[in-house]
Design a protein around this ligand. Structure first.
Ligand code: AMP
Ligand code: MG
Length: 344
């Protein structure tokens, strides 16, 4: 079964053709990262306009890279939630129109579900159920439990910021570029991870808080520089030297990764019959997280780096398992976008 997956939830315009949910025949991603690096973050209206310009060329390239024609495509899958409203609209309107035009069934897929299903792409071994999934992205930090395909239970979530957002905000304080995650990892490589003691937010159960960790970095930088807590965060970077930036990056990264994995360990304690640990979302590209997770758990799954960020292949994979498990297609005339929602 060949599925065309379309993804435009944030600032990547992406389309891919995937065979039987696991074999990627093409994967085209046009990122707007260079545009937003200049601004230090995504501007929703600009993102939507850029999606519009490249959407159809991206879809056509996905077909031609896979050497497939419309006749050979069995279904179209698209991200319909959560994401930026204008960005989602471009992808969903494109998918709806193509489904009507080419008479293909349409599947509206939840973005976080797609991130989880990136772990089924091009793998020799597949995750086994029951599994625990740590979804770590720019907008989400959640622990989910899956007993089977199509069965999702959110057992932990952030009470405020997402971990990716925290990486981005801490990077801004340290004067590192957007997106902050890779920049912090790079800067922290030569840093001393034990130099600055950052407290882990004390949230009971399996929930997280990341705004507290960001504030802890802010206060620690102000104190290191001998500046008052009223000193504006945007100016701190002008006072930091490269050693301090490296040490703050390493200390923050270690604290954030430890915090995530401690919560996952807590979840494992509550669900000891867990067979696999599945990491998903943009932050799952983090090298320290990958190494530390493999040290702490067995049967750990991470998406290949190229599928850890937003892409169309994971959307097609998620739709394939929906189809296999009896989920009905969506009416292309009626599909709604929902900017924020839980996995159904
Ligand atoms: P997503 O929302 O899934 O598109 O993921 C984007 C988020 O992932 C951003 O907040 C990035 O800073 C973060 N990110 C990307 N690569 C890394 C990395 N290597 N380490 C930590 N965070 C990362
Ligand atoms: Mg994403």
């Amino acid at each position: 079964m060949l599925i065309l997956g379309i993804e435009t939830s944030c600032d990547e315009t992406a389309a891919a053709i995937v065979e039987d949910g696991v074999k990627v025949l093409s994967n085209v991603v046009v990122s707007q990262i260079d545009i937003f690096a200049e601004y230090g973050g995504v501007i929703p209206e600009v993102a939507a306009r850029n999606h519009l310009e490249v959407m159809m060329p991206v879809v056509n390239k996905a077909l031609s890279d896979a050497k497939k024609t419309w006749d050979e495509i069995d279904a179209i899958a698209v991200t319909h939630t959560p994401g930026l409203l204008g960005s989602l609209l471009i992808g969903t309107l494109t998918a709806r129109t193509l489904a009507i035009l080419h008479k293909k069934p349409l599947y509206a897929v939840h973005h976080l579900k797609s991130h989880i299903y990136a772990n089924w792409l091009e793998k020799e071994e597949m995750p086994e159920f029951p599994l625990l999934s740590l979804v770590v992205s720019g907008g989400h930090t959640q622990i989910l439990r899956m007993d089977a395909h199509e069965s999702f239970e959110i057992i932990g979530t952030t009470r405020d910021d997402a971990v990716g957002e925290c990486f981005d905000k801490v990077a801004k304080i340290l004067g590192l570029p957007y997106p902050g995650g890779p920049a912090i990892s790079k800067a922290g490589k030569t840093g001393d991870k034990n130099r600055y003691k950052l407290p882990k937010p004390n949230v009971e159960g399996l929930d997280f808080s990341f705004s507290g960790l960001k504030t802890a970095v802010l206060r620690s930088v102000q104190s290191e520089l001998g500046l008052p807590i009223s000193h504006p965060s945007y100016d701190l970077k002008n006072h930091l030297d490269s050693r301090q930036i490296a040490d703050f990056s390493a200390s923050f990264e270690k604290t954030a990764v430890d915090y995530l994995l401690e919560k996952l360990e807590k979840a494992y304690f509550l669900y000891p019959n867990t067979k696999s640990f599945v990491f998903a979302g943009g932050v799952s590209a983090n090298e320290l997280l990958r190494l530390s997770a493999k040290e702490r758990f067995k049967n750990v799954f991470f998406p290949e780096i190229k599928y850890s960020g937003d892409n169309g292949a994971m959307v097609a994979a998620a739709a394939y398992f929906e189809i296999k498990n009896g989920v009905e297609p969506t009416n292309p005339y009626k599909l709604n976008i929902i900017p924020r929602s839980e996995i159904r």
